[in-house]
Design a protein around this ligand. Structure first.
Ligand code: JBK
Length: 246
C-alpha cells in the first residue's frame, strides 16, 4: 500500500449514503462532473427512501411537535432504522445532518471528509427537523456533524446535501482530472480569488489589466495576490484574521 494521495487506480470510491423522503431530488448528482466522478468510481453515492424504514401502511415519517407549535417533526424510528441499516458494515461512518441550527459547513469540513475517506451518511430533514434524540443517539455510535450551509431558510436539507457532496467530491483524487493538488482557489488559500479574464484583450471598450498580458509571471502573481487581498477586504473582511496569509 502507498500513503501517497496520488491517483490510485485500486483506491476504493468514497461511499456516500443519502437517506431522504425525496430520493428523486438527487438525480442532479448524475449530471455533469459529479456524474462522471460516479462513473469513474471516485464516489459511490447511494440514495435511499426514508419511507422504506417506516412500519405503517401510510409510511408516516412525521408527527406533531411535543410542546405545541406549527409544523411537524420527523419521527425518530425510521431514521434510526435507516442509519443502522446503512452503517451496518461501516463502523467508521460519519453522520451528517444539515440543519440551520448547526455550525457552519466550511471548506475545512469538506477537506477533512475527503482526507478521512470514512463513509458519509447524509440525513436531510423536511418539516421542522428530526426529533433531537436521533442525533443524541447516533453520537454514541458514530461521528455526527450537524451543519448549516448558511443563514437562510430552505424547504429542507436536501439542497444542502447536494452542496456538501459537491464540495467533498471535487477534492477526491481523480475528480475533474485533479491529482493531489487542488488548485489554489477561494477559501483554499484563505483569500478570495483575483478577477479572471480571457480574450478579447479589449471588449466593449473594457481592457484586460495590462500586467496579465505582460508575460511576467512574477508580476502576474504579485498582481493577483494584491487583487485577492483587496477583494477579500472589501467583500469578506471576516476572512481577514490576525493569522491570515500575506
Ligand atoms: C437550512 O443546511 N442548511 O443551511 C439548512 C438545512 C435545512 C434547512 C434550512 O433552512 N438553512
Amino acid at each position: 500500500m502507498t500513503t501517497s494521495s496520488r491517483i490510485d487506480p485500486a483506491a476504493k470510491p468514497l461511499r456516500i449514503h443519502v437517506v431522504s423522503i425525496f430520493p428523486d431530488y438527487f438525480a442532479v448528482l448524475d449530471v455533469s462532473l459529479l456524474g462522471k466522478a460516479r462513473a469513474a468510481g471516485i464516489v459511490d453515492v447511494r440514495v435511499h427512501d426514508l419511507r422504506g424504514w417506516t412500519d405503517d401502511v401510510h409510511r408516516t415519517v412525521d408527527d406533531a411537535p411535543y410542546g405545541g407549535g406549527p409544523g411537524m417533526v420527523m419521527k425518530p424510528e425510521p431514521w434510526s432504522r435507516a442509519i443502522e441499516a446503512v452503517t451496518r458494515d461501516a463502523p467508521n461512518a460519519r453522520l451528517v445532518i444539515p440543519t440551520p441550527s448547526g455550525r457552519r459547513f466550511t471548506q475545512a469540513d469538506a477537506r477533512q471528509w475527503a482526507a478521512d475517506r470514512s463513509p458519509l451518511v447524509f440525513a436531510p430533514a423536511r418539516y421542522e427537523g428530526i426529533d433531537a434524540r436521533v442525533a443524541e443517539w447516533a453520537r454514541s455510535r458514530m461521528a455526527v456533524d450537524e451543519l448549516s450551509i448558511g443563514d437562510y431558510v430552505l424547504a429542507g436539507g436536501d439542497t444542502a446535501v447536494v452542496v456538501m457532496i459537491e464540495a467533498v467530491a471535487r477534492l477526491l483524487p481523480g475528480f475533474m482530472g485533479n491529482a493531489d493538488s487542488p488548485t489554489e482557489e477561494s477559501f483554499e488559500a484563505g483569500l478570495l480569488e483575483a478577477p479572471a479574464y480571457t480574450r478579447p484583450a479589449v471588449w466593449r471598450g473594457l481592457e484586460v489589466p495590462p500586467v496579465l498580458l505582460s508575460g511576467d509571471h512574477a508580476a502576474v502573481a504579485r498582481w493577483r495576490h494584491e487583487q485577492a487581498r483587496r477583494r477579500t477586504a472589501e467583500q469578506r473582511p471576516d476572512l481577514l484574521g490576525p493569522d491570515m496569509p500575506d
